[in-house]
Design a protein around this ligand. Structure first.
Ligand code: ADP
Length: 232
């Protein structure tokens, strides 16, 4: 069964801009998907609709059995618990250590202390930051900070990890490291990963599922795609 099924989605913002036109696509459980396209092509809008930061104007978004478009505001927390989200700018809490930043995601949902400890250390280990557990974000490189953000996003074992331009602030070497970490999570835990990106080199190297948008429309949907043969 498809984990995500998007059917005939349109998104018109209040100012009249149509950001997404009649978009339909499917994503399988355990998939690793790149969403590519130029600036303003609708990547962020699509991602925001998946975690219900924005609602589609029409159409349906099914995600793991939840109808995201129809979900009441009071039930959005149910959706968010199934998801981890990573942003371009890391969004770490500067006064908390690596451990505390990751643990915080479990504290806010009321997890028990022992569970928090075990899961937090496991997530930090998985992203390769064991040696930095007690460091503060300012003591880390950009790539390391993004790895903390990834650990925080996966600490509660979400079924879906959404990444909006996660390598946008990083140099090519660090970007590759980040994508390797994401690939490990995808392979070892089976987490479905959706990553919006401009990074040609990474998309071409990975040969993953590529969805390309242009002016809000789906222009390519390849199982094992690259960036360079796209008209975006
Ligand atoms: P991308 O992430 O590919 O750069 P976006 O989804 O951010 O694209 O934007 C798609 C289109 O929607 C653009 O024309 C952008 O200006 C417009 N847009 C994005 N967010 C808003 C908003 N909150 N209000 C109005 N228009 C928006």
């Amino acid at each position: 069964m498809d984990f995500i099924n998007i059917k005939h989605v349109n998104k018109v913002y209040k100012n009249g801009v149509t950001a997404i036109y009649d978009l339909s696509l499917k994503i399988k459980k355990g998939d690793f998907v790149f969403i590519i396209g130029g600036s303003g092509s609708g990547k962020s809008t699509l991602i925001k609709m998946l975690y219900r930061e924005e609602r589609p104007t029409s159409g349906e978004i099914m995600l793991g059995g939840l109808n995201v478009a129809k979900l009441r505001n009071s039930k959005v927390y149910k959706l968010r618990r199934k998801l981890g989200i990573v942003f371009q700018d890391y969004r770490l809490l500067p006064k908390l250590t690596v451990y505390e930043n990751v643990a915080f995601a479990l504290e806010v949902i009321g997890a028990k202390k022992d569970e928090i400890r075990v899961k937090t250390l496991k997530a930090i280990d998985l992203v390769g930051l064991k040696a930095k557990t007690r460091n503060y974000p300012t003591e880390l490189s950009g790539g390391e900070q993004q790895r903390v953000a990834i650990a925080r996003a996966i600490v509660n074992n979400p079924r879906l990890l959404i990444c909006d331009e996660p390598t946008g602030n990083l140099d090519p070497d660090m970007s590759k490291e980040i994508v390797k970490v994401l690939e490990t999570i995808n392979k070892e835990i089976g987490t479905t990963i959706i990553m919006a990106t401009h990074d040609r080199e990474i998309v071409n190297e990975m040969k993953k599922h590529v969805i390309a948008l242009k002016d809000g429309r789906l222009v390519k949907d390849y199982e094992k795609g690259t960036y360079d043969n796209e008209i975006v």
